[in-house]
Ligand binder design. Structure first.
Ligand SMILES: C[S@@+](CC[C@H](N)C(=O)[O-])C[C@H]1O[C@@H](n2cnc3c(N)ncnc32)[C@H](O)[C@@H]1O
Length: 462
């Protein structure tokens, strides 16, 4: 069989030999090899040599034939490509045919491409959009494309919104890296839902939090699981409002067990991350990643005792050594690049993650136990989140502050923090770490009641 080097040589020096090779090839393997490895085609290449292969029974051969016809960019092939796009049995071939039509950038292709805007395959529609965007300045085409802004497919919607959204700027009045002074390095004791009423839109850069575990621990008493999810939805809806454009929310949860009432009843397990997910997406948080926090088995509750003895199927209960860090981004048409471009060179350089870092989505971190709070973040977990998802000087929020671990990480990494916590004893606990003065901030955190916070807000410009 021919080699890549020989193929290249024929392409440069002996086209008629190359045509002969293609016409004479019987073996699918050889035809595919040639079609796949042709690369860019020299001027004057005769695309007719590919035409018989557009009717070949092998899907891959038809795909590559159509792709190569696109490279030749001969308007005379528009009809053939249109036929392939309409009638080929393989969806990859159909998409490639549209892509080839678009690549011609020919005004004659406008009508054909427009006819695929209502195709049932969203990827075909996307290829047609790509081809038509070349003629974005044409009023008729623009009108057709704009009609797709309410297309049922979310990727199509987002491409159209992005292409036709004029301003590069965020809706916030403040520059992206700046946060309101009165929120910086502040802990407010109170119900987060009350506190957030005083926080202006688009104030924060990052939220990382571990919400109450429904009724699995003493500090969380909700009338029902649904009421609990409603509560979280209300909080994260407000967090969405106060988060800057395109920035992140990271929620640490895991399924929890509410113990049985008596031996006559079963305990019940609640899949919090999965039930919360749909609500977050509905608010406008776009799902980005799921990170698994993996703990040593010796550090978690043993659920194996019964099964270990009797070994009867159905009663198997694995020890839960993982928790989720669900990563979301405030939905926007701006790319992440836009967020990064908002920072000056020094800030970007100083915020870069140096040395080794965790490359997988499984983070092995030992849990931390605290004498006052029963469910604290390990500092290492907060450090990683703060480093990976914020820049120096950013404002980082934990609505369920607990012992204030996130505040500690933020302070150590030269970010500002804003924490809310309703239990006075946990706010007292925070004072032990955050009440001390610090080189970066020059002074200790401010600990405010809801009323004091409201006064601070009133002093700030409207
Ligand atoms: C799982 S703990 C968070 C622990 C924290 N990540 C740490 O490192 O210490 C949840 C916290 O949310 C607090 N909390 C529950 N409901 C609240 C509300 N409505 N407003 C503010 N804090 C609340 C609880 O008192 C508890 O300290």
């Amino acid at each position: 069989m021919i080699t890549k080097d020989e193929l290249n040589r024929l392409k440069q020096e002996n086209l008629s030999e190359l045509y002969k090779l293609l016409n004479g090839s019987q073996e699918n393997r050889e035809v595919l090899f040639v079609l796949e490895n042709l690369g860019s085609l020299p001027n004057g290449f005769d695309g007719d040599v590919f035409v018989p292969f557009t009717r070949h029974p092998n899907d891959d051969i038809r795909f590559w034939a159509v792709k190569n016809i696109g490279k030749v960019a001969d308007e005379g092939d528009l009809k053939l490509l249109n036929d392939a796009a309409q009638h080929d049995s393989d969806s990859m071939v159909r998409r490639e045919a549209i892509s080839s039509i678009g690549r011609m950038r020919s005004p004659k292709a406008k009508k054909i491409l427009s006819s695929f805007l209502s195709d049932a395959d969203p990827k075909v529609v996307l290829q047609a959009i790509r081809g038509l965007l070349v003629f974005k300045g044409d009023a008729e085409i623009q009108n057709k494309l704009l009609q797709l802004k309410d297309h049922p497919n979310e990727t199509i919607q987002s491409v159209i919104r992005r292409e036709f959204s004029k301003n590069e700027k965020s809706s916030s009045a403040e520059p992206h890296p700046v946060s309101p002074e009165f929120l910086r390095d502040v802990v407010v004791q109170g119900d987060v839902r009350e506190v957030l009423k005083y926080v202006p839109d688009e104030s924060l850069h990052l939220t990382f939090t571990s919400p109450p575990y429904y009724n699995a621990r003493d500090y969380s008493i909700y009338v029902s699981y649904n009421a609990y999810l409603d509560f979280l939805e209300e909080v994260f809806n407000e967090v969405h409002r106060v988060t800057k454009e395109g920035r992140f929310l990271i929620v640490n949860t895991s399924p929890v067990i509410v113990p049985r009432v008596s031996r006559a009843h079963a305990s019940k397990r609640y899949p919090i991350p999965f039930d919360l997910h749909a609500r977050l997406v509905n608010i406008g948080w776009e799902f980005v990643d799921d990170i698994i926090w993996l703990k040593p088995e010796s550090s978690v509750k043993n659920r194996n005792a019964g099964f270990l003895q009797h070994r009867k199927p159905l009663a198997y209960k694995p020890n839960a050594v993982t928790e989720y860090l669900m990563v979301y981004r405030k939905q926007t048409d701006q790319l992440l690049d836009w967020n990064m471009r908002q920072y000056d060179w020094d800030t970007v350089e100083e915020s870069k993650i140096k040395g080794d870092y965790e490359t997988s989505n499984v983070w092995k971190i030992d849990p931390t136990f605290d004498r006052v709070h029963s469910a604290v973040f390990p500092l290492e977990l907060c450090n990683r989140v703060v480093k990976f998802y914020s820049y120096k000087g950013d404002l980082i929020f934990d609505p369920f502050g607990g012992s204030g671990t996130l505040g500690k990480a933020a302070r150590n990494l030269n970010r500002h923090f804003f924490l809310t916590e309703q239990e006075p004893k946990y706010v007292e606990r925070m004072k032990a770490d955050l009440g001390k003065t610090n080189l970066f901030q020059g002074e200790s955190a401010r600990f405010l009641t809801l009323e004091e916070f409201a006064v601070e807000r009133a002093k700030e410009k409207p």
